[in-house]
Design a protein around this ligand. Structure first.
Ligand SMILES: Nc1ncnc2c1ncn2[C@@H]1O[C@H](COP(=O)(O)OP(=O)(O)O)[C@@H](O)[C@H]1O
Ligand SMILES: [Mg+2]
Length: 354
């Protein structure tokens, strides 16, 4: 038998809480996972970066967890890795899209996907001037969002001035604020479509009855809510792979270099679907996944396996990666106690040098 050559998967991450399901899924596929925490470190282009495949799992809300340098350092790391010919899953193009709701709007429109009217404004006077151009209710967001940051609903542009002057007002990174047309939904839910490697994985509904912060991960939603069934605020969606909007999403992801995405839309009373959020650091809700029989992280890990096989072919590595893993009686290397290994890497004192 040809000896297996599975590349190491280097995971650029910031939030350790989101790592275990991904690490476990990758290890089940037989990969060695190397965690690279991004907030401080060294980037030295005079030495080649470590070998292997790289995965970008940096979230736009890193700064809210005290990691104020993560996004800027990640930008440089991704540029550096791609310049050195490293294969990065959800590389710089996907990252820049995730870091800006303005750019998401531009890209969605480029692909003829309906969006709520979206304006970026920096500076108090410009925010107020932009607000005056909205006919109906609008919401504010941070351009570099996530976790519902900066999200607030306004029915009257006049109310915005008082909000901006409030002691607790935060304009977010770069003071880049988004003003966006508010889409009233007759039923209080949004839909999130998960795509991995150009394939539809699942669609879920998230209830908006309790507000705007809708992180789907189990870490954000550890307990089922009363009356909400097994998954509380989250449920299955009837949206399927052949839905025209899903096809548009897949076309957009393929064209824009987005390999892993959770894309959100809201539907108005006329059945118009407005897309407003593209996430790259999707953390699948495992309770929902178990109920509908779809393991999102397993789909991600299988996609990575395909990428590894493709890279192996490109680099003439004499390994047939998918066949090797599939031929293992237990489906690959048993998972390590992953929670421990996350902590080990996270506490690593030595700086990253890439
Ligand atoms: N234009 C909109 N109209 C109505 N509701 C919206 C709109 N934009 C966002 N929301 C609500 O706010 C939530 C968070 O907004 P989103 O843009 O996804 O920010 P984040 O990046 O923080 O997740 C959405 O899931 C949805 O419930
Ligand atoms: Mg969102």
């Amino acid at each position: 038998m040809i000896s297996p050559v599975l590349p190491t998967i280097n995971v650029l991450y910031e939030n350790p809480a989101w790592i275990p399901p991904l690490q476990e899924a990758l290890e089940r596929e037989g990969f060695r996972v190397r965690l690279v925490h991004v907030n401080e470190g060294i980037v030295d282009p005079s030495v080649p970066p470590p070998e292997g495949i790289w995965m970008n799992r940096i979230s736009p809300s890193s700064h809210t967890r005290g990691h104020v340098h993560t996004v800027e350092l990640a930008r440089q790391l991704l540029y550096r890795l791609e310049s050195s010919g490293r294969r990065v899953i959800n590389g710089l193009a996907a990252f820049e899209l995730e870091m800006s709701k303005l750019r998401q709007d531009i890209v969605l429109r480029r692909h003829a996907i309906r969006t709520p009217r979206t304006v970026l404004a920096v500076g108090r006077e410009h925010l107020l001037a932009a607000a005056a151009t909205f006919d109906g209710p609008f919401i504010t967001k941070h351009d570099q969002g996530g976790k519902g940051l900066g999200i607030r609903l306004f029915h009257d542009p006049g109310d915005l001035a008082a909000h901006l002057d409030g002691a607790r007002f935060d304009a977010g990174p770069g003071a880049r604020m988004i003003l966006q047309e508010y889409i009233g939904a007759p039923e209080a839910f949004i839909t999130r479509v998960e795509i991995v490697g150009g394939r539809f994985v699942l669609a879920m509904r998230s209830s908006t009855a309790e507000g705007f912060e809708l992180c789907p991960s189990d870490v954000c939603n550890p307990m089922p809510r009363a009356g909400g069934g097994a998954t509380g605020l989250f449920g299955a969606s009837p949206i399927a792979a052949d839905d025209p909007l899903v096809r548009q999403y897949i076309g957009m992801c393929d064209a824009e270099g987005i390999e892993i995405a959770g894309i959100e839309f809201v539907e108005d009373g006329l059945g118009n679907r407005y897309t407003y959020d593209i996430n790259g650091t999707t953390n699948y809700n495992q309770a929902l996944g178990a109920r509908i029989g779809i393991d999102g992280m397993r789909e991600v890990a299988r996609y990575v396996r395909g990428v590894a096989a493709e890279e192996g072919r490109l680099r003439s590595v004499s390994a047939v990666v998918p066949d090797y893993v599939a031929s293992q009686p237990d489906g690959g290397t048993p998972a390590r106690p992953f929670a421990r290994s996350v902590r080990e890497s996270y506490n690593e004192a030595k700086p990253i040098v890439i």
